[in-house]
Design a protein around this ligand. Sequence first.
Ligand code: ATP
Ligand code: MG
Length: 182
Amino acid sequence: MINPYVTGFPADPESFAGRERELGEIKKAIDYTVHSEPATPQNVAIVGDWGIGKTSLLNKCKAIALDKDCFVCKITLTPEKCKNMDSFVYNTIDELHTAIWEFSHLAASRFIADLTIASEKEKEVLFKMAKLGEEADIKEIEAPNVSVHLKRRVEKNLVVRIDRGRYKFYHPLFRKFLEKII
Ligand SMILES: Nc1ncnc2c1ncn2[C@@H]1O[C@H](COP(=O)(O)OP(=O)(O)OP(=O)(O)O)[C@@H](O)[C@H]1O
Ligand SMILES: [Mg+2]
């Protein structure tokens, strides 16, 4: 078996071990942030002695948040980057810009994969639904066998049923992606 750990480097989130209590608290904070209305961000500080596993835990949190379809931006500060306001602002904006770019590319490749498994008729329903806004009523979608096609997409987790006859996409960016390619 190959040792997944490399001395001097933070653990890969895939090989991350233990820390159940800390992860539980952090997952709670992420879920609260995601589901609060209006959004109420939670703050968590990871503090500890050198080499205790702070960066590994932070990277694991990033992987968990990405799994929950959150936008994640990790901004690393160093004394050099904080030497004055200009370099602090420049570094922060630069890292934010990179994170947005990576997120939109990651999302786009996932959405392309999502679409390739849909049949032509299902795609037609998805495109029409995308034009109707954040939520759509099944009666507004003018296509044959809408309920059958939507049911299949719900089973594949692309579409979420929010109420009787009302649906939305699993991710708001998925709708924007469909709108762009129509
Ligand atoms: N949960 C974990 N599972 C597996 N290995 C871990 C875990 N946490 C830390 N390690 C291992 O311990 C070492 C130190 O971890 P890490 O770099 O995350 O610590 P740190 O607190 O950020 O260190 P520093 O104070 O130097 O920044 C790494 O080699 C990493 O592989
Ligand atoms: Mg560290």
